[in-house]
Write a new protein. Structure first.
Lengths: 305, 226
């Protein structure tokens, strides 16, 4: 009984530490968005501003996802277990918040959190930020796993992996206009949910592909970078096959317009269905692509000489 | 049209990059035809014996040849090279034969006709001498320093005679392969089968489908023998 109670106490203690990490985010939020000091420290009414609720819980969920990747090895004692956890989680948390800041700055460069979420209650903006939070957390989680499982100098390799993935994701986000016909900035100003759903599917999809591409052994950094780039290139080749295949099998019709004027109108004022279709189709295709690129093992099918 | 072009471009870039950066491809020699040998194998005097031919792949096959490089002044070496389909097919029946020979540094003294292995070292006083036989023919004997050559070249106990050597030279002049007086060399040749048996490098271990199915459906902890 004593042992069980002791184990429970340790779990409670560690739960408090995770809560402490989330509490620290509150202050990090102030650093990232300096204009929100009053809003962060006064009472929060989720019913009043659903956009802010989505925004905030996206971040909390993201932090939770990163914490889910850590282990507590109690064999060496509580102190050492906590030390390892605090060191790895602090670095990951800082890098995660850094990546959120960078991606938000790249994608939403002409929008301000304070204006869009607090003042305008732009749900579309919040959903996009939610997708960023979840996608980047998934990416960070994989970086932590790759660094921990393959190398000894976890912090250094974690920073390297973070920088590497940031470069890739930075370039990848710029390809959205190639995938979708939606005009991003114009529709975001109009608080278009359709745009946010389409973009969320796109962003989560590219995160899945990048995650699958970076998730392999690090033996030599040069080889690792080349292998990752090749995996991404391979994904770009496989992705259209699934897209075309799905459209062909289920006879998806991308537009209901019969003439060009209607088509332009459809793109300027897209329905939620259009956004859901674009997002979910891209996400599904990316997921299927990651299966092909990441989980196909040739073994001795091609003998090596 | 531009989308298709872009897609083809992506495939080309992917294949190009994969080939450029893959250590496997970087280290591998490619034999397109007979003239490729001279650029790859510079040693002399040497004989290149085809040990095996095999192909790998699912739809698009890759063709490989395994050679034994017998160099007079160094250890012999086994080399696996990639070959063009046509060249591979043309030489499929030449297992155990010398496909390339270089007698000296001069590029004119090279031979690419399939002949029994070790012809390049024969009739050369630096490596051995002819000795008379009761049948009025002559037998080739290597000097002491090269006493392991019959084993390396795959002759074993087989005696290489002067008449075989002269016959081989005649065939070489004609540009036709010579498999020995009783087809001892080449695919299905007695000497070849003994010295260079098929290595089956392309053959994977065959798994019985029903055994595999049994294994898949087996509940962990129970034995199929029970």
């Amino acid at each position: 009984m004593n042992e069980l109670l002791d184990k429970l106490l340790i779990r409670v203690l560690l739960a408090f530490f995770i809560c402490l990490g989330i509490y620290l985010y509150k202050y990090a939020h102030l650093i990232l968005y300096p204009g929100t000091k009053n809003q962060m420290f006064k009472k929060f009414y989720p019913m009043k501003n659903s956009a802010d609720t989505i925004f905030l819980f996206g971040r909390i969920l993201g932090i939770g996802m990163i914490f889910s990747q850590f282990y507590f090895f109690m064999s060496d004692g509580v102190f050492l277990a906590l030390f390892d956890f605090i060191l790895a989680s602090t670095i990951s948390l800082i890098l995660y918040l850094g990546s959120l800041y960078i991606v938000d700055s790249i994608v939403l460069y002409s929008f301000e959190y304070h204006d869009e979420v607090i003042k305008r209650e732009n749900l579309s903006y919040s959903i996009i930020c939610f997708a960023h939070a979840i996608g980047l957390a998934h990416l960070m989680k994989t970086s932590v796993t790759v660094a921990r499982d393959n190398v000894n100098h976890v912090p250094i390799y974690l920073i390297f992996l973070w920088l590497f993935t940031m470069v890739i994701i930075g370039f990848a986000t710029k390809t959205y206009p190639l995938i979708s016909k939606f005009q991003f900035n114009k529709l975001l100003v109009q608080k278009s949910i359709s745009l946010s759903l389409s973009y969320s599917g796109f962003f989560l999809g590219i995160c899945l592909i990048i995650t699958s591409s970076i998730n392999h052994q690090v033996i030599d950094i040069k080889e690792y970078v080349i292998h990752t780039c090749l995996q991404i290139l391979l994904s770009l080749i496989i992705l259209p096959i699934f897209r075309k295949g799905l459209i062909l099998v289920f006879s998806f019709q991308e537009s209901m317009a019969t003439n060009e004027i209607d088509e332009v109108k459809e793109i300027e004022n897209p329905t939620i269905g259009h956004g859901i279709y674009e997002g979910i189709l891209f996400l599904t295709c990316c997921y299927l692509t990651s299966v092909i690129t990441g989980q196909l093992y040739f073994g001795t099918f091609y003998p090596r000489f | 049209m531009s989308k298709i072009s872009l897609y083809i471009f992506l495939i080309i870039v992917y294949l190009g990059m994969s080939r450029t950066f893959s250590p496997q491809f970087q280290a591998q020699f490619y034999i397109k035809n007979e003239s490729s040998y001279a650029q790859i194998f510079k040693e002399q005097p040497m004989s290149l014996i085809l040990m095996d031919s095999f192909k790998t792949g699912f739809i698009i096959k890759s063709y490989f040849q395994k050679y034994l490089k017998v160099y007079a002044f160094g250890p012999s070496e086994e080399i696996i090279v990639k070959a063009s389909k046509e060249f591979w097919k043309n030489n499929f029946r030449n297992r155990g034969m010398s496909l390339f020979r270089r007698s000296d540094a001069n590029n004119n003294n090279i031979g690419t006709t399939a002949l029994p292995p070790g012809i390049v070292f024969m009739n050369n006083p630096s490596f051995g001498s002819w000795r008379g036989m009761p049948s009025d023919d002559y037998e080739w004997y290597f000097h002491r320093a090269y006493r392991n050559f019959p084993k390396v070249l795959g002759w074993g106990k087989y005696q290489m005679t002067r008449s075989l050597y002269l016959e081989a030279l005649k065939f070489e002049k004609k540009g036709e392969p010579y498999y020995g007086p009783h087809r001892e060399f080449g695919e299905h040749g007695v000497i070849t089968e003994k010295s260079f048996p098929k290595s089956n490098l392309d053959q994977r271990i065959k798994v019985d489908f029903w055994e595999h199915l049994k294994k898949v459906l087996q509940i962990k902890g129970t034995s199929t023998n029970e």
